[in-house]
Design a protein around this ligand. Sequence first.
Ligand SMILES: Cc1cc2nc3c(=O)[nH]c(=O)nc-3n(C[C@H](O)[C@H](O)[C@H](O)COP(=O)(O)OP(=O)(O)OC[C@H]3O[C@@H](n4cnc5c(N)ncnc54)[C@H](O)[C@@H]3O)c2cc1C
Length: 417
Amino acid sequence: MDLTPSPEANAILDQVRKMFEQDILPRNREMIRSTKQDGELDPPFLDELRAKAKSMGLWNMAHTDLTDRQPGLSMSNLDYSIVAELLGRAFWSSKVFNCQWPDVPNMVALQRYATEEQKEQWLKPLLDGDCQSAFAMTEPGAASSDAKNIAATITPDGDDYIVDGRKWYITGGGHERCRFYLFLGLSNPDAAQNRRHSVILVPRETAGVTVGGANAFFGYSEPNGPASEINFDQVRVPKENLLGEEGEGFAVSQARLAPARLHHSMRAIGQCELLIELMYARALERHAFGRALEGYDTVQYAIAHSRVETEQMRLLLRKVAAQVDAMGEKSAYRDLSILKVAIAQGYYGIADRAVQVFGAMGGYDGTPVADAFAWSRAFRIGDGPDEVHLRSIFRAEPKPEVTLAASPYVVPPGDWV
Ligand SMILES: Cc1cc2nc3c(=O)[nH]c(=O)nc-3n(C[C@H](O)[C@H](O)[C@H](O)COP(=O)(O)OP(=O)(O)OC[C@H]3O[C@@H](n4cnc5c(N)ncnc54)[C@H](O)[C@@H]3O)c2cc1C
């Protein structure tokens, strides 16, 4: 399996890097102040940057299967990984290129399951960058790591469905540009367990939809809009808003999984690179007990271990990305789980080391260190907690055919003499 990104991808990366260095990074401090101090997630310069990226064709690069009529540039997962790694250094930069989450996974689900009319109404404005969307699955009252528990309802009523239930931690759900939700709910309670749920498109501006307070995670809010609590109280939605068939909710949700897991992992590697760089810079500048922190072997190990793990993570990511490119995501569910666990834990471990090397400044939210610590911790829970993935990985492990007593690799106890 060739894990080398194509020459075309390197050429695109050069263009993105140029824009990143010339247009994005010089505004990074302003963006941090805007989002964290002023609560303004989309300051005016963001639109200017988006227009520039779009005019250069550096748009929608996270999609592997854009049609000729859709705007932007499709890249394979392997190729996009080098671009996403760069964008991972400043999360808001993904928005500049219309590569932000949760919109990209939502667009992938729409591309696969929407009718032509639905694509025109819901997918087109997302691809054009005219609005945002959110995926509304998790509920405060249900252990949502098991999607079968989702209790919000989608009930037929004449030509409509009535959507009812409370969701929380819905990323981007409260952003002012968020126009609609992909809502997962119970539609067929008497069907087989994996055919009970459906996904329906719910416009935000519908009677009965109330966006409540932000659900920050350890005080951290995502750049695409804070995760929000949203109440759907007897919301009436036309039947044509159903995405896929009734009972296909898990299949529609699964279409989001591969891009979500791959892209978060790609950006996490960019974050790890940044954390290594910042740890080293801090260690050179900070002196304690008569020498720079860099001179202490514990600090050297923190940086070196982080380097070892980042190289491992990148290699694994490229392998899984290439596998999905070559054989589709269905062949890679186990490997996507392995990737998700490895990256979430690796990223979290590196963020933890960075906090330690930074001392109190590691918890100060003017550095990406504090954000990385919160975000990497959230990553071990969102998109499936570690344990749920580990369970799937264990279940995919082939059962050994040989008992220990029969194994030629083991000298049975008692046979040693
Ligand atoms: C920052 C952030 C953003 C999010 N964005 C979204 C979003 O946009 N849309 C959305 O719908 N949801 C979102 N979520 C919610 C996320 O998907 C859920 O938190 C996740 O699915 C886990 O569900 P839960 O919180 O209900 O945990 P629970 O299901 O209550 O699980 C709690 C814990 O139980 C343990 N556990 C669960 N199953 C097993 C098992 N099989 N074996 C062993 N232990 C187990 C795990 O330790 C797990 O962490 C977001 C969450 C965060 C933190």
